[in-house]
Design a protein around this ligand. Structure first.
Ligand code: SF4
Length: 450
């Protein structure tokens, strides 16, 4: 609501990319709100237009560049308008953005966004300002959940990444890994739970390497954060994303199995089923190691759901190497898989390799994996038919206004009929599964079966 808010305090904001970017956007809105800014959903009605951008995929970056280009006329007609490109895309392209889009006033990377109100003032005075320092730790403890779902909050346990996967821009755009102290995370979670949050997703680029360099001489790991959160009254569910296979250890898997609030869901990107491709990607684990983790997880966390990420068509990927990924999907039978075609990112080590898998081959391999995963997900989901599952209700289904939509502990989407004028948002309810697709479970509350 921006009625009565002066134009220079109205901000239009768009976010692209991963959950970490969404959380950063929330923190940005927090500092802007404190400075008297209000959100508007119309860029024409804004005195400040900000894009928090992603650099992982070319397509997402191009969308932002096209939006920036389209704002040239608006800036010409309203010279006071401040336009900012923020986040990983800004860090990746830096001063090049001012050269290509001279009407942009702020270029700000993921290390300096808490200074946004000052940067806006500076852009108003000086025309253009760049804030790209990644060396100062980003310190914050938020007490309010500004995310779209009042019952759910993301909490970052660390920032940056110490790995060097050859296809990835993140180490360049977000810098090295810095973990937050356990006490700071617990303090933030406490405040969020007091404000009504029931489910927390801990975030980190390699969330399970959490704790590095936190306390010299002592081993602190993600399991310590999970233990602390598990004791918190009012908090019902805990998730963590994204884990790296190299850092999965027995203590963490045991904690998942033992702590009742930690959900039976693990997102463990494999990227390829071929050791040779993994070596070229510098992923620093082998298939043998990866499969061992899966076995341990299934043994220690009964009924765990495991999802993965796969890149097809990475530099030099042969038919035989791709066949190993097919075999992996068939054998491991992931509950879900996010499958991407490799796209070269400038500035990454892989940009020096030949991007030699033709586009049509990438598309074909992508389709093959999607089809395999769709079949496996459908088969695994079908096992839930007739069973009850606990759902945290998120809201009315976007696809069917007569149904509630939420997620169960295995992160599966569950929909069920709305009865009368009930409001179940944020509540935990049991649902009996009647039917499934590869992506959704359809059910009814027991006692309400037709
Ligand atoms: S682990 Fe690899 S893919 Fe993930 S953010 Fe770090 S460098 Fe990128």
């Amino acid at each position: 609501m921006t009625d009565g808010v002066p134009l220079d305090r109205r901000v239009y904001f768009e976010v692209f990319g991963c959950q970490m970017n969404k959380l950063d956007a929330e923190l940005m809105l927090g500092v802007l709100n404190e400075d008297g800014y209000e959100l508007t959903d119309d860029p024409q009605d804004a005195g400040v237009i900000l894009y928090n951008t992603c650099a992982i995929r070319e397509q997402a970056e191009n969308r932002v560049f096209s939006k920036l280009g389209n704002l040239k006329g608006l800036k010409k007609s309203r010279p006071d308008l401040v336009i900012g490109m923020l986040g990983c895309g800004a860090q990746n392209h830096q001063h090049d953005i001012f050269r290509r889009y001279p009407h942009v006033g702020i270029v700000c990377g993921p290390g300096e966004f808490l200074r946004l109100p000052q940067l806006i003032d500076q852009a108003r005075e000086e025309g253009q300002v760049a804030a790209l320092d990644l060396d100062k730790p980003v310190r914050f403890v938020r007490t309010e959940n500004l995310g779209p779902r009042p019952q759910h909050a993301f909490v970052s346990v660390m920032r940056g990444c110490d790995m060097a996967c050859t296809y990835c821009v993140v180490p360049t755009t977000r810098g090295g890994e810095v973990s937050r102290p356990v006490s700071e995370i617990i303090e933030e979670a406490d405040a969020l739970v007091a404000s009504g949050v029931k489910e927390i997703t801990l975030l980190g680029q390699t969330v399970n390497s959490y704790g590095k360099r936190l306390a010299p001489g002592r081993r602190i790991g993600l399991q310590h954060v999970l233990c602390g959160l598990n004791q918190m009254d009012g908090l019902e569910r805990i998730h963590f994303i994204t884990s790296h296979p190299r850092f999965m250890n027995r203590e963490l898997v045991e904690a998942m199995g033992e702590l009742d609030k930690v959900c039976e869901y693990l997102h463990l990107p494999v990227q390829s089923g071929s050791d040779d491709v993994l070596r070229r990607m510098l992923r620093s684990y082998t298939m043998k190691h990866y499969r061992k983790i899966i076995d341990d997880c299934r043994q220690l966390v009964p009924d765990i759901a495991i999802a993965t990420d796969v890149i097809v068509g990475f530099c030099g990927e042969t038919e035989a190497e791709f066949a190993e990924t097919v075999k992996l999907l068939e054998e491991v039978r992931f509950n879900g898989a996010y499958i991407f075609k490799y796209s070269e990112r400038p500035g990454t080590p892989a940009a020096e390799f030949a991007d030699d898998v033709p586009d049509e081959v990438k598309r074909e391999r992508n389709q093959i994996l999607l089809e395999i995963q769709r079949r496996i997900s459908l088969e695994l989901n079908s096992e839930s038919i007739g069973q009850e599952t606990e759902v945290l209700v998120e809201g009315v289904s976007k696809k069917d206004k007569t149904r509630w939509s939420g997620r169960n502990r295995k992160h599966q989407i569950v929909v069920f009929p709305i009865q009368g004028d009930e409001n179940l948002v944020g509540q935990l309810v049991n649902v009996k599964v009647r039917d499934v697709t590869s992506v959704v479970l359809v059910g009814e509350r027991p006692g309400e079966e037709s």
